[in-house]
Design a protein around this ligand. Structure first.
Ligand SMILES: CC(C)(COP(=O)(O)OP(=O)(O)OC[C@H]1O[C@@H](n2cnc3c(N)ncnc32)[C@H](O)[C@@H]1OP(=O)(O)O)[C@@H](O)C(=O)NCCC(=O)NCCS
Length: 241
């Protein structure tokens, strides 16, 4: 996706789903990513790139997805950081979510390979399972089906930085594709937000991730550890809105 009009379509779709939740970067931030191509982050040696995807059929918009690829050029470590995805309600359960995710993972893998990085680990941030919010279960079920697991929030209390630049990070589950994950993949993913947020807005989260004494266990996305009410005590009180 490279044209300005495609970008507008993508941003509108993602903004309608995630904007009010404070989980979407401002339009200007994503526009900058699109026009920049490969981009050095403020973290030395870490290069990243943003990709956007649209699913259409006969001119009708069926879905949108965005993703970051991140490489630490010193070590070759790389991450596919799945960012947002949305499928039009009438098109759900038809495989579009899966196709968009595969397209994103494929694009980042090719990009990382082309820059000499190691095969990337796929990472995403996801809301906890909330019994009062069907949508939270829908997305976790979709990622569980695709083979994703969560770092137990007791071991890795992850959060998305406060996109308003303040000091109220949004606690989220850190999920990874596969059984095992390196928790440092989360710190590599956070590098993309250092291009537009003050470092202080991210440092608290990085400290928590680095504070993990040992590799935290990963749990099934159906595990009670993924419930919002269970996860809450593991985060500093200021991280909850
Ligand atoms: C999550 C979302 C992207 C899934 O899109 P989708 O096109 O329906 O996904 P797929 O058709 O590829 O589904 C793949 C598998 O996920 C699981 N799944 C998807 N929706 C599910 C649901 N409502 N209940 C249970 N399992 C579900 C199923 O196992 C499904 O395979 P199956 O249909 O063969 O059983 C879509 O529901 C959505 O846009 N939700 C709102 C936005 C959102 O929450 N985005 C994710 C956070 S970034």
């Amino acid at each position: 996706m490279t044209t300005a009009s495609d970008f507008d379509v993508l941003y509108r779709a993602l903004d309608a789903e995630f904007g009010a939740l404070g989980e979407l970067e401002p339009r200007s931030v994503l526009r900058d990513w699109m026009t920049a191509g490969d981009r050095s982050t403020p973290v030395r040696g870490v290069v990243a790139r943003w990709f956007g995807f649209l699913a259409t059929e006969g001119g009708e918009l069926l879905g949108a997805r965005d993703v970051y690829g991140v490489i630490d050029e010193a070590t070759g470590a790389a991450v596919t950081f799945l960012s947002h995805t949305w499928v039009a309600p009438h098109a759900r359960r038809s495989g579009w979510g899966t196709k968009l995710r595969r397209a994103a993972v494929g694009a980042v893998s090719s990009w990382v390979k082309g820059r000499g990085g190691r095969p990337p680990q796929t990472f995403a941030e996801m809301g906890h399972r909330d019994p009062n919010d069907v949508a939270s279960s829908t997305r976790l079920d979709a990622y569980a089906r695709a083979g994703f697991r969560a770092f137990d929030p007791a071991g890795l209390p992850y959060a998305q930085p406060d996109f308003s630049g303040g000091d109220r990070p949004v606690p989220l589950l850190a999920i990874v594709d596969g059984d095992a994950g390196d928790p440092q993949v989360a710190t590599l993913a956070l590098c993309v937000h250092r291009t537009w947020l003050p470092g202080a807005a991210i440092d608290a989260i990085v400290d928590h991730v680095r504070g993990a004494r040992e590799t935290p266990r990963t749990v099934d996305l159906n595990d009670p550890a993924c419930l919002r009410v269970r996860a809450q005590p593991h985060y500093p009180a200021t991280w909850w809105r």
